[in-house]
Structures are given as structure tokens and as C-alpha cells.
Design a protein around this ligand. Structure first.
Ligand SMILES: [Zn+2]
Length: 395
């Protein structure tokens, strides 16, 4: 028998309270390890096979079937790390009318609560192994994602679609997100004591005109256009010392990877003109959601039918872990539920949208992750006639 909505709501909120109470700031390795251990146990209890990477930023991948190919059709992702709260009371889930407050409720612990409750409900009806599905929980998104999603993909894991509920807003799905190149522009000189400047070569006079030329070239006045922001100039040296290097930090953002490369090429030319060196410190791919992909279509349909309205889309200027999937041409569905104040002390989600997201995930697992080759149809028909017939008819 399917649990009532009230029971589900209670279970979701209890689970979320437990997750919010875990102080999983990315720098708190002990807390992240504890959390991954607890979540791994929960996934094992549900019957999933788990693969844990126990580093300073630990992560766990769980699959519904033993997995030698390192491939799943549907990947449900959550980063479990949160930004540092301004007070410990934010680790206590607080309810006020239709709002739940707490560190990480929106960014993005609500999603794992929904995945876990949906899975524990689904296995009451169907064999878990009928689904081709993975759950990935990482702990380093707020510090770059290199030791989480990137490492996971570098280890050879793949999926046909990734659910990454970490952006957009109010169930609006990210249609595209800007990629970035973070560049260094270095000018070299010779250091000397500040009382005898003639004995050294100050690196700033070469760097500053280049910086001004770049700032003049990029107006940065339209959100949908590429932006080039000089975020800082560093001259690592003592107060009374002329440093031997001056370094500008340049943050380039654009919706197309080709635009990022064109801009980088231009900045490189400016660097050459002034005798500077340019290096790329970090890059992130732009994200473009392929709406025509059948697994994306299924998600849009599931969500539209739960919410009773057509799906809406947004654009994002900032990056999420979705960029790592995008770099490997894996469609990533990025959205938040109704909520706000992420990274602030008033981070909240709406209780109504928590259960709505649960229903979207529940329907999506049923409609997209059912693996028709994994178990014979006859066996599944025998096991759960109604459910399987409904799944088949829905397709
Ligand atoms: Zn996030």
C-alpha cells in the first residue's frame, strides 16, 4: 500500500532534519566522513551496492545492481557539503508555516532526502534491481567539485542522464549555464627593498596598462554576453618590499566554450604585447541542456504532471557540478525547488515543494530508470503485475 502524503511528508522532514544536523562543511573532513558512512549504511540497508572513496572529500556511489561496467542510466546526484553557517543553530531544522529553515536545506540536502524516501518507497513494490540507477553523494562542490563529481567521472563512471538539483529556482530547469576560464596574467620583475627602488625592477608598470586595456575592451554590461572580470591584482611581498611578480586574476564567463577560447586568445595577445605571461588556472565547461533527449523529455513530463503546469526554464551565470557532466556530453538536469537564501542564515525551502520534488523523483525513477533488459519481463510481471503494467503502458 502506498504511504499517505502526510506520512511521506513526515518521513521527508525527519530525514532532512537528520541530514541538516550533520555539520558537513567541506573543510570539516571528519564530519564529511561521518556523513558518508551514515549515508552508505542507509543505501546498503535499502539494498544498493556502494562504492566509497575515502579521501579528505569522501564520496559514495550506490547502484541498484552490481556494476562492473561503471555505467548507470539515471544518476541522482547530491553534494552533501554546505557553506559554513554563521551559527550552530542553523544545523537544527526549523519549521515556520510552509517553510523549513536550516543550513543546506536548499543547497542541496533536500534532494538526498527525496531520493532516499522515493527509493525506500519504490522497493516496497518493485525489485530494486529492476531499475538501472545510481545515487552519487559528494562532499566538495562548495570548494570546486574536483574531488567529487570530477573524480567520479575521471574514474570511468558514466550515466545517460544526471539529476543535479543545484541551481535554477522554483522548479525552473537550467537551460544553459555559463562556463568559465580563470586566468593568471603575470608580470615579472626583480625584488628590492622599498627604500632603494632603483635597485630592482617593479613588475607593476608592465601589468597595469595591460589590465586597463582588457578592462576597457570588455564592457561587462549584459548578463547574456561574455564577461571578463579582473578580480584582483596580487603582489606577494612584504610592505617594505618591491615584489618580483605582479599577478592579475581574470575571471572569464560565457555561454559558449568557443567564446571562452576566443577571449582567452585575445588576452594572450595582450599579454604578449606587454611582455607578460598568461596561464589558465582553472576551467569549467558551459552547460547546455538538450531538451530533445528522451531522458530529459521524461523528466520534463514527470515534473509537469506533478506540478500541473508546463516546465519553465532559466539561465545561470554561475557554475555547478553540472559542468563536469557537460564536459562529457552527459545531459544534466539542474533545478532547485521553491526556496531561497542559500549560503545565508535564512536558507529555506517550502514544505509543499519538498513533497512535490519527491513525487517528481518517484515518477522519474519509475518512468526513466526501469531497466527492461535487466530482469526478464515475465519475472517482473510475476513479481508486481500492476506496477509493471503501468510502467509499460506509460512508455
Ligand atoms: Zn550547491
Amino acid at each position: 500500500m502506498k504511504a499517505t502524503n502526510q506520512t511521506i511528508q513526515q518521513r521527508l522532514e525527519q530525514r532532512l532534519a537528520r541530514y541538516v544536523a550533520m555539520p558537513t562543511v567541506a573543510a570539516n573532513t571528519a564530519a564529511c566522513k561521518d556523513a558518508i558512512r551514515t549515508i552508505t549504511n542507509e543505501l546498503n540497508t535499502l539494498g544498493l551496492k556502494t562504492y566509497v572513496t575515502d579521501s579528505d572529500h569522501p564520496w559514495v556511489m550506490a547502484t541498484t545492481r552490481s556494476n562492473t561496467s561503471k555505467h548507470v542510466r539515471v544518476l541522482l546526484h547530491t553534494h552533501f557539503d554546505v557553506v559554513m553557517p554563521s551559527g550552530d543553530e542553523q544545523y537544527i531544522l526549523r519549521t515556520e508555516d510552509d517553510k523549513l529553515y536550516g543550513r543546506g536545506v536548499l543547497d542541496m540536502k533536500f534532494s538526498l532526502a527525496c531520493y532516499m524516501e522515493a527509493l525506500s518507497e519504490l522497493i516496497q513494490h518493485d525489485e530494486l534491481s529492476s531499475y538501472d540507477l545510481g545515487v552519487l553523494v559528494t562532499t566538495d562542490e562548495e570548494v570546486g567539485g574536483e574531488h567529487g563529481v570530477k573524480e567520479f567521472l575521471d574514474q570511468g563512471w558514466t550515466c545517460d542522464v544526471a539529476i543535479v538539483p543545484d541551481g535554477g529556482r522554483d522548479f525552473k530547469i537550467e537551460k544553459r549555464a555559463k562556463g568559465f576560464h580563470l586566468l593568471y596574467l603575470d608580470s615579472h620583475g626583480t625584488s628590492t627593498h622599498g627604500s632603494r627602488p632603483w635597485e630592482g625592477v617593479n613588475p607593476l608598470p608592465k601589468l597595469l596598462p595591460a589590465v586597463l586595456e582588457i578592462m576597457d575592451h570588455y564592457k561587462n554590461d549584459k548578463p547574456d554576453k561574455p564577461t571578463v572580470s579582473i578580480n584582483g591584482i596580487d603582489t606577494p611581498s612584504a610592505f617594505t618590499q618591491v615584489g618580483d611578480v605582479a599577478r592579475a586574476r581574470i575571471d572569464v564567463r560565457a555561454f559558449e566554450d568557443s567564446e571562452l577560447l576566443t577571449i582567452e586568445h585575445h588576452i594572450k595577445n595582450v599579454a604578449n604585447k606587454y611582455g607578460l605571461t598568461m596561464t589558465r588556472h582553472l576551467e569549467g565547461a558551459a552547460v547546455h541542456l538538450d531538451e530533445a533527449n528522451p531522458l530529459v523529455q521524461t523528466f520534463i513530463q514527470c515534473q509537469s504532471s506533478v506540478l500541473g503546469e508546463p516546465a519553465e526554464f532559466v539561465e545561470s551565470l554561475a557554475a555547478s557540478d553540472a559542468r563536469y557532466f557537460a564536459a562529457r556530453k552527459i545531459p544534466a538536469i539542474v533545478e532547485y525547488i521553491h526556496g531561497g537564501g542559500h549560503h545565508s542564515k535564512n536558507e529555506w525551502i517550502s514544505r509543499t515543494s519538498l513533497i512535490q520534488f519527491y513525487e517528481v523523483i518517484y515518477a522519474y525513477i519509475q518512468n526513466a530508470a526501469l531497466d527492461r533488459t535487466g530482469t526478464s519481463v515475465a519475472r517482473r510481471l510475476l513479481a508486481t503485475p500492476k506496477k509493471v503494467m503501468r510502467n509499460l503502458l506509460n512508455r
